[in-house]
Design a protein around this ligand. Structure first.
Ligand SMILES: Cc1cc2nc3c(=O)[nH]c(=O)nc-3n(C[C@H](O)[C@H](O)[C@H](O)COP(=O)(O)OP(=O)(O)OC[C@H]3O[C@@H](n4cnc5c(N)ncnc54)[C@H](O)[C@@H]3O)c2cc1C
Length: 435
């Protein structure tokens, strides 16, 4: 374990996270390479009385990977990925990114559903749920997690039993520091993938078309929608598409999109690894971000009105509204097998305020909050915890639903009864959950 302090080389790099609004200065950054390093880091935090944060890929928009004045357990030294092609299993270290995982598994022609930006941490994404382009075929990322090793908040190295594994499939970093993730992986060859963009001249009509298009999508197609501005500053509609099935069938699936005369069509045949890097360039680190998100059962005409008004009222050209379409295996998976509150949603909605100037914070926060308030009558079901900011307990409870939350609280009481790991979408240990 290497300890980095303020003023040391690597301190600023070690405390940096994706969201430019987060600027926390930890007292110590413990760069860990082994599970024993993690145990020693937890021991050190306890002996110095320091709060703890755990950093996987650093993408969490709430900045939960880094803490003010505490000790950061930095897993950047644990990025290894091992693949057993014969048994179709892969193991990843607690600090691996999706870029690391996709490159290692694709070397064997294999993949599992993962994030669409290569620098996103595998740990945080998996522990919160995980929405990737293979979701229609294979479900959420966490649905494919079949084993884990974890250092508990008290410093014990445990192999996940069935109940802990259930909790790690969506319950976040509440229970300990996961040092090894074991996934099922599937054969995956080349894909047809990329953005297909349309003029913003009839957004209501386009959103109704999108709703119908998604309703008929085969499992192999993922199609998410962004209302955003192009390089010219003008609003446009971007579909993030990926066809992961038989390449001969791709033209038929894209035909309805191409019939609507896209202004830009970059959906082409690519390796899966290349497809998984397509959106890196539009996701730079350091921009200011504020997110509001929830599941939606349907994209009603009323919801469309709110989305269009919200797009028209954006305060920053970087801001975007995102709809992720959930279908196929996501809905076929037994909801009792994972600690996820949005398995049944048809869309995951995100108002993503993004801007550069700190002087514009208030107006951008207001845009996301006002948009979220306006869409309330059209929301249903739980929320994806990985898209939430620092939220009160009631919001976390509502995101999971009370049954999942209470079961998670019992698992939390078993592995972290003193809530040492609380810089996350926090589950309060059962004894004090309703104190
Ligand atoms: C540009 C961008 C693209 C994204 N794309 C997707 C996407 O395609 N699909 C999707 O589902 N989500 C996506 N997300 C959301 C993403 O799932 C969350 O931001 C997630 O929290 C990132 O995990 P991380 O490890 O990078 O984050 P971190 O900030 O490092 O950690 C997030 C949380 O997990 C905990 N944690 C991290 N590592 C461990 C560990 N090993 N053991 C225990 N707890 C740990 C941390 O304490 C923290 O609470 C994206 C986010 C961004 C910013």
């Amino acid at each position: 374990m290497r300890l980095v302090r303020p003023g040391d080389a690597g301190y600023d790099e070690g405390r940096r996270v994706f969201n430019g609004m987060i600027d926390r200065r930890p007292a110590l950054i413990a760069i860990c390479e082994t599970a024993d390093d993690v145990r020693r880091a937890l021991e050190r935090a306890a002996s110095d009385g320091l709060p703890v944060s755990v950093r996987g890929g650093g993408h969490n928009v709430a900045g939960n990977g880094v803490c003010e004045g505490g000790l950061v357990i930095h897993l950047g030294g644990m990025r290894g990925v091992r693949v057993d092609a014969a048994s179709r299993l892969a193991w990843a270290g607690g600090g691996a990114t999706w870029g690391d995982f996709d490159a290692a598994t694709q070397a064997h022609g294999l993949a599992t559903p993962g994030g669409i930006v290569s620098s996103t941490g595998l740990a945080g994404l998996t522990l919160g749920g995980g929405i990737g382009v293979l979701r229609g075929k294979h479900g959420l990322t966490c649905d494919n997690l079949v084993g884990a090793e974890m250092v508990t908040a008290g410093g014990d190295l445990v192999t996940a039993d069935a109940e802990l594994l259930w909790a790690l499939r969506g319950g976040g970093g509440n229970f300990g520091v996961v040092t090894s993730f074991e996934f099922v992986v599937y054969p995956q060859g080349e894909v047809v993938a990329g953005p297909v963009e349309f003029a913003y001249d009839d957004p209501r009509g386009f959103l109704r078309f999108y709703r119908e298009y998604c309703a008929g999508l085969p499992d192999e197609m993922s199609c998410d929608l962004l209302l955003r501005s192009g390089a010219d500053g003008e609003p446009r509609i971007t579909l993030l598409t990926c066809w992961t099935g038989d390449l001969d069938r791709a033209p038929a699936v894209y035909a309805a999109l191409r019939a609507r005369n896209p202004i830009n069509d970059a959906a082409v045949r690519r390796s899966y690894v290349e497809a998984q890097r397509t959106y890196d360039a539009i996701s730079p680190w350091g921009q200011r971000n504020y997110w509001k998100s929830n599941g939606m059962a349907e994209l009603s005409d009323g919801a469309i009105e709110v989305l269009v008004a919200s797009c028209d009222g954006r305060r920053s050209p970087l801001a975007q509204i995102q709809l992720e379409h959930l279908h196929g295996q996501v809905h076929r998976t037994d909801p009792a097998s994972a600690a996820v509150g949005f398995h049944g949603a048809t869309y995951n909605l995100l108002f993503n305020a993004k801007w550069l100037d700190p002087a514009a914070d208030a107006e951008n926060l207001a845009w996301a909050r006002d948009s979220f308030a306006a869409i309330q009558p059209h929301l249903a079901g739980g929320a994806y915890v990985n898209y939430l900011l620092a939220e009160p307990e009631e919001r976390i409870r509502a995101a999971y639903g009370p049954e999942i939350y209470d079961r998670l609280a019992r698992v939390k009481a078993r592995y972290d009864p003193h809530n040492i790991l609380r810089l996350n979408q926090n589950i309060r240990p059962a004894e004090s959950a309703h104190a």
